[in-house]
Design a protein around this ligand. Structure first.
Ligand code: NCD
Length: 530
């Protein structure tokens, strides 16, 4: 297997780079044309065709289209196709997901297609099962495909949505203008669009939903960071009366099963704002096309059935494209095709883990350094951590200093914590530890993670011998005190899966959970639940 796609997991849409996705779409087009033309030779070039190659479907949440299109796509490949019936599996006896899937990987299964309410599940499994495969010398690495995880992402739906849009745009990647309408809060298919639409050079997105169903701020922020032009409207009516409407409309169903009681009570009013009506027709542009990941509600469809036989109907072709896209994805991950893809430098976001975030500074230039004291006596040997949580309120600075002290193992021995107020009126924390052992490099990394933007002074013979400034690290992980605040996330302790929390810094300074993508402020990641 020499292709870059072989054995790759698809947890979020960005796991495939923009260029890789563009290549993928050319392959889907090739397959679709061959299916229509009945060109068996081309179809065979996509087929894995190996009775020992195992593809496993595990749907822990309801599904028709995704599950059945994947099953039909897997059967196209003439491989071993299995399904775990979750209602009668050991998951119900309290077994962890890692144990269940490790075992299934051992039975010569190479690709797992997993849908779950738990967000970030396939990301976790791809890490765990890779280690399992290594320690058991399995001749392959299991790959995971996220078939929808809670409110998080639905990357394969994203692929088929993008392919369907591209067909309307003559496979031209230069620009797209799309309206997203419906339950943008709970719908994972629209969340995947925040990164998914990056395949287009210019993106204009109109978000249409009442406040209660509006897209979470973190996805809107991500869209803006990705350079999209984003506009917000509270109903289709408002949109059509005030805006220059898009030609591509993407509807999503109100996700009743994910709504809380408060929103459920208002569902009728909310639905009205996102349901298409006959009197809206004259406001649409020539050539407008509607899409929908489906299912739609039989009594309250937001795309009414009278639209089925009109040229607006793009959703039927979209659903049919689902199987084509999934056949090609399996061909790529199964290593059957993809050898001719030429990786482009910078295909994947560069790993920022090497970025330096502990900077040693010259102590002698700063005269104030000499004056650190413990009570009335100057400190002769030890450490002083200064500028902690500058600008926060005193109570929260004190709480955070307790956390720093415990994480760095500074709770024993002499010393204290202090909150002072600078000439700029801002509060900051300072920790004194006379006699403390000097911190090693690994302690400094921990210090930067828990106290970015602080100054560490190492005092010897009454003088600052070494001085370091910490910056925000690109990744924070490996601390017992960390916690993703999303209870649906695989790493949240309420799920009992023992997954250690891990966060990446986003360009705007948030911390995104490595599993569910939820944005946190720096302080939030340290709020461990008991
Ligand atoms: C979507 C899903 O499950 O996220 N459907 C699908 O996969 N075709 C959308 C939905 O459930 O509304």
């Amino acid at each position: 297997m020499s292709s870059v796609f072989a054995s790759r997991s698809l947890n979020v849409i960005d796991d495939l780079s923009i260029n890789e996705r563009r290549y993928f779409f050319t392959k889907v087009k090739e397959l679709k044309d061959a299916i229509i033309a009945g060109d068996e030779k081309v179809l065979d070039s996509f087929r894995i065709n190996d009775p020992d190659f195992g593809i496993y479907e595990v749907f822990l949440e309801d599904s028709t289209r995704t599950k059945e299109s994947f099953r039909n796509a897997a059967n196209f490949h003439h491989v071993k196709v299995s399904e775990l019936i979750s209602s009668s599996s050991s998951i119900n006896k309290g077994e962890s997901y890692a144990d269940t899937f490790n075992m299934l990987s051992g039975y010569h299964n190479s690709i797992f297609i997993v849908r779950s309410k738990v967000e970030g599940l396939t990301k976790w499994l791809s890490e765990e099962c890779t280690e399992y495969a290594e320690r058991n010398n399995l001749p392959y690495r299991p790959a995971f495909i996220n078939a929808g995880d809670g409110k998080h992402e639905h990357p394969t739906q994203e692929l088929l949505d993008e392919f369907s849009f591209l067909e309307d745009l003559s496979m031209d990647f230069s620009s797209i203008h799309v309206a997203l309408v419906g339950d943008l809060y709970h719908g994972r298919t629209v969340h995947s669009k925040a990164d998914g639409l990056r395949i287009f050079d210019h993106v204009k997105v109109d978000l249409i939903a009442p406040e209660e169903l509006m897209m979470p701020e973190s996805y809107i922020e991500k869209m803006k960071e990705n350079g999209f032009e984003v506009s917000i409207y509270s109903s289709i009516e408002e949109y059509l009366k005030t805006a220059d409407p898009a030609k591509l409309w993407y509807f999503t169903r109100p996700q009743l099963e994910r709504m809380g009681e408060r929103i459920l009570q208002k569902q009728e009013i909310l639905r009205e704002a996102i349901t298409f009506r006959k009197d809206f027709l004259p406001y649409l542009k020539e050539g407008t096309r509607f899409y929908h990941p489906l299912p739609r509600h039989k009594e309250h469809p937001t795309i009414p059935t009278w639209l089925d036989k009109t040229p607006l109907n793009g959703w039927e072709r979209q659903a049919i494209n689902g199987m084509y896209c999934r056949i090609v994805l399996l061909s790529l991950v199964g290593g059957k095709i993809g050898d001719d893809y030429v990786p482009v430098p910078g295909d994947h976001v560069t790993d920022r883990r090497t970025e330096e975030y502990i900077i040693q500074v010259e102590p002698s230039k700063d005269k104030k350094d000499k004056n650190y004291s413990e009570g009335v006596r100057p400190i002769s040997d030890g450490i002083v951590i200064d500028h902690i949580c500058k600008g926060d309120d005193p109570g929260s600075i004190r709480n955070h200093m307790r956390l720093i002290s415990s994480i760095l193992g500074l709770d024993d021995g002499r010393g204290g914590e202090w909150v002072s107020r600078g000439s700029d009126g801002q509060y900051k924390g300072i920790i004194f530890r006379p006699g403390a052992r000097p911190l090693e490099r690994k302690d400094l990394k921990r210090l930067a993670a828990v106290a970015p933007h602080c100054t560490l002074n190492i005092i010897r013979d009454g003088r600052v011998a070494e001085k370091y400034r910490t910056h925000m690290p690109p990744r924070i992980y490996n601390f017992d005190d960390l916690c993703c605040q999303n209870e649906a996330c695989i790493s949240n302790p309420v799920n009992g899966e023992g997954v250690p929390a891990s966060f990446y810094r986003t360009p705007d300074g948030h911390f995104a959970c490595a599993y569910c993508g939820r944005f946190h402020s720096f302080k939030e990641i340290w709020k461990k639940r008991s």
